[in-house]
Write a protein that binds this ligand. Structure first.
Ligand SMILES: Nc1nc2c(ncn2[C@@H]2O[C@H](COP(=O)(O)OP(=O)(O)O)[C@@H](O)[C@H]2O)c(=O)[nH]1
Ligand SMILES: [Mg+2]
Length: 290
């Protein structure tokens, strides 16, 4: 999407041979509306603007100025990338390895947990799923259905039970029965309210997870950075899962996720338990720059 815009700017004579901070800002000002329309958050555009203009200030371009701009943008994004972390990198030294998942309603937490469990099972690891989403009865039932279909053992907390107590029981069960991983699903809301924050904090305090994962909906656009900030403040985030990046496997909220500074554990690429894909930063950047 950026590539085409840069073409247009070249035609308009905005792309220059010799750069100043001002001319780079001008370019981004022309790109801004389009980028926002694509779902890139204004905060991220500002960060890109800042780092690209710093790099280009005073630079005399050799060759095709368009290529220079795109190269600088690529570099600016690459510099911001968090360290790579994949499911294969999870090599626990102590069992059970405890993972807690959180995020807003409907983002794809439950499905992603089952996808992850299946992935680990296929590698030969024993996995237990715990439903600590006791807020809505349907949530536990849905996860139970997924687990049955996927053949993953699960422990379901009774409706209205204290999620921290359910998570605690799950960890105990995993440890007495020799599970390598215990994956804990939690309740979502449409926004992060005080109750949900408290509830999550308690789960974290009680089971001391090895990994805290925020699940983000890859279709939501600008809001992902806000979600990262608020959950990070509430409980801290170790890694992200970005869902619903079906088809191309890429989406603009991914760009925002990149800028959150958190590693992306995997992408959800469909409704099947096997629709899971490793995040490839180069591919994501190609998508942005094409
Ligand atoms: N197309 C697609 N749909 C997904 C993906 N992940 C989750 N979903 C769908 O999103 C909806 C909500 O998922 P669910 O796991 O129940 O979300 P939760 O409320 O966060 O637990 C369901 O209809 C899922 O099938 C994905 O990667 N691609
Ligand atoms: Mg759920």
């Amino acid at each position: 999407m950026l590539g085409k815009l840069v073409d247009e700017l070249t035609t308009k004579g905005l792309i220059k041979k010799r750069w100043t901070r001002k001319s780079v800002m001008e370019i981004f000002n022309s790109l801004e509306l389009e980028l926002v329309a694509q779902g890139v958050s204004p905060a991220i555009i500002d960060k890109l603007k800042e780092s690209v203009s710093k790099k280009l200030d005073g630079v005399e371009t050799k060759g095709d100025p368009k290529k220079v701009v795109l190269k600088m943008i690529r570099k600016a994004i690459l510099e911001k990338l968090p360290p790579k972390m994949t499911l294969n990198d999870l090599k626990p030294l102590e069992f059970p390895y405890k993972v807690v998942f959180f995020g807003f309603n409907g983002v794809g937490k439950s499905l992603s947990i089952v996808k992850m469990a299946r992935y680990l099972q296929k590698k030969g690891d024993r996995v237990l799923i715990v439903s600590a989403d006791t807020y809505r009865a349907a949530a536990g039932d849905q996860l139970e259905g997924y687990c049955r279909a996927a053949n993953v053992p699960m422990l379901k907390g009774p409706r209205r039970a204290d999620p921290a107590a359910v998570a605690y029981d799950g960890v105990n069960m995993a440890s007495s029965k020799g599970y390598k991983f215990v994956l804990v699903d939690t309740a979502g809301r449409n926004y992060l309210n005080k109750n949900l924050s408290e509830e999550l904090r308690k789960v974290v305090r009680v089971i001391q997870p090895n990994l805290k994962v925020l699940v983000l909906d890859g279709m939501v656009g600008n809001d992902v950075l806000n979600q990262c900030d608020s959950f990070n403040e509430a409980v801290g985030i170790d890694a992200l899962i970005v869902t619903k990046v079906d088809g191309s496997g890429l989406s603009t909220p991914l760009i925002s996720s990149l800028y959150s500074g958190k590693s992306i554990l995997f992408l959800g690429t469909g409704q099947d338990f096997n629709n899971i894909s490793t995040f490839d930063p180069d591919k994501a950047i190609d998508y942005i720059l094409q």
